[in-house]
Design a protein around this ligand. Structure first.
Ligand code: PLP
Length: 533
């Protein structure tokens, strides 16, 4: 549904799209034959502005596909609400070290369509349920038709989350048209579809009433079959994806995602490494761009040079903060960074739950905080969190300089994950399946301070790659977070530079070397795409 290719191409909302983009970048580097399919999202997700009192204002983030992609000159139709909708495509080419991979952007802006249908692919995760279902039909069913029309012979399909699950219906239709009975067709289709699920809380995902399904699809889909494989009471796309996939991969650990293979996410090393660090790696670990596993050799890099490279990234962050907010942060004081989708389970306000205690910590050791993230336009809780963060920032005033940077995107994520000194992550377990921004930080020697959830369960080595908030089990995360800051992290930062640099190296050696998308894609290639079925 989303694919983050460039910062100025708003075809993504958050981590799911960034992961898809990073896998495409790795495919281009490694020469894996792959084609990406997503929506054109001409109005993007949304542009985020924040009023002085902390309210999020959303406006369309319009972009012109012609600026970065070429029209494909091929169109297909899909029948929605009883009439044909034309879908055409744009070709974006992602180039890398080993070649390039195409990405097809599906677009319903077509003169033959009604004015309403022309907007179907405009707003990522926008509109009502009917709009969402039609987008997912365009992505899944329209996507398969477009690939056929373009002449691609696809060996296997990989669904990144259930949003594209309707593609299984199109493959089933093709199989039964060739004469297979339904059970045989399902077997055939399962040999060709793989599915990665990104949430341990599947019930929360895309589901639609059969009334709506009937209204949108009429008799173009086999309703009894759909009830059999997509849920009896309502259509659940995650369920449909599971039922039609040969391999199901879960990005979280097995205990939390049973019945799934476990290939952990990774981020694209070159894309997420700040230039000052890329330069260092080029000098000390020349092969790292093709083989990020060699980042284990970061031990070779003198501590002074690590500090210098980080200093450059931190200056870039401080410059960005000054340019966007007017606030001047101090380069000699640590910056705690927190940026991700603003939504309830990620608990963006955990750090601020006791401002008195936080001030007390800052009296011993000063620190500063930089925040960013968008809340989905319908996520009232997320929007309230943004509002609260602004109130906290005001209340903390000069005691703890705290800024919120609007319009979190790839470019801002690059400077934030590299320029912070500590990357904070406070999800409510077990809600975070993976989380990837801590992996970006690790590529830049920035340790994580995180609740043991998602990727951190595997990435955590206490005092070596960062720190866990809750290693003693569940309990009061706020107090433990404060204690760790006061007793461990800030004293280390101010009183033991050598020790601090060792942790910075630890993040690169142990985590950048492992949590990169080259490793993820190689595992997909070896264990999923090329696996003996
Ligand atoms: C990496 C990234 C995310 C995802 O961050 P998580 O830590 O996985 O929540 C979201 N938005 C942008 C712009 C990113 O670059």
């Amino acid at each position: 549904m989303e694919l983050a290719l460039r910062s100025d191409m708003p075809t993504y909302a958050g981590g799911l799209g960034v992961l898809a983009g990073d896998l495409m970048r790795s495919a281009a580097d490694l020469g894996v034959a792959m084609v990406g399919v997503t929506l054109a999202s001409r109005h993007g997700y949304f542009r985020q502005q924040i009023t002085p009192d902390g309210n999020q204002i959303e406006s369309p983030e319009e972009w012109d596909p012609a600026a970065f992609a070429a029209p494909l000159g091929t169109a297909v139709t899909i029948r929605l609400n009883g009439h044909d909708v034309w879908i055409h495509g744009w070709l974006y080419v992602e180039s890398g070290l080993g070649g390039s991979v195409p990405v097809v952007l599906l677009d319903s802006m077509d003169a033959r369509n009604t004015s309403e249908d022309r907007t179907l692919t405009d707003v990522l995760y926008g509109g009502d349920e009917s709009y969402r279902l039609k987008q997912e039909a365009i992505l899944g069913i329209g996507g398969v038709r477009m690939l056929r029309a373009l002449g691609f012979r696809i060996r296997e399909y990989h669904m990144n989350e259930g949003h594209s699950a309707l593609l299984a219906l199109e493959l089933l239709r093709e199989q039964t048209a060739l004469g297979s009975n339904v059970d045989r067709a399902l077997e055939e289709v399962r040999l060709r579809i793989n599915f990665t699920t990104h949430t341990p809380v599947e019930a929360a995902h895309d589901h639609f009433s059969y009334e709506l399904v009937r209204a949108v699809f009429g008799d173009t889909v086999d309703q009894p079959l759909l009830r059999r494989i997509g849920g009896n009471d309502e259509l659940n796309l995650t369920g449909l994806a599971r039922a039609t996939s040969g391999v199901v991969n879960g990005v979280a650990t097995k205990e939390r995602m049973p019945h799934a293979k476990e290939i952990a996410n990774g981020v694209h090393s070159v894309f997420w490494t700040f230039p000052s660090f890329a330069h260092l790696y080029d000098r000390y670990i020349p092969e790292w761009r093709h083989e990020p596993a060699l980042l284990t050799r970061a031990m070779r890099i003198p501590g002074e040079e690590i500090l210098q490279a980080h200093g450059e990234a931190k200056r870039a962050l401080i410059d960005t903060v000054r340019a966007r907010t007017g606030t001047v942060l101090d380069s000699s004081i640590p910056i705690i960074g927190f940026a991700r989708r603003m939504t309830g389970y990620k608990r963006p306000d955990l750090l601020f739950q006791d401002l008195g205690a936080l001030r007390q910590i800052a009296r011993e050791h000063r620190f500063q905080i930089v925040l960013a993230g968008k809340a989905h336009p319908h996520d009232e809780e997320g929007k309230r969190a943004i509002h609260s963060l602004h109130e906290y920032a005001n209340q903390l005033g000069g005691d703890i300089p705290t800024v919120f940077l609007p319009q979190y995107d790839l470019d801002l994520a690059k400077v934030l994950t590299a320029g912070s000194d500590v990357w904070l992550n406070t999800p409510l377990p077990p809600m975070e399946a993976s989380g990837t921004s801590g992996m970006k930080a690790a590529h830049n020697g920035v340790p994580s301070l995180s609740v043991l959830d998602g990727w951190w369960i595997q990435g955590w080595i206490e005092g070596v790659t960062g720190w866990a908030i809750d290693e003693e089990g569940s309990g009061n995360h706020r107090d433990r977070l404060y204690r760790k800051l006061r007793e461990v992290i800030l004293p280390l930062y101010f009183s033991d530079r050598q020790g601090w640099v060792e942790v910075m190296k630890g993040t690169i050696v142990h985590n950048a070397s492992l949590f990169n998308s080259h490793r993820t894609l190689r595992r997909y290639a070896a264990e999923v795409y090329l696996a003996a079925s």
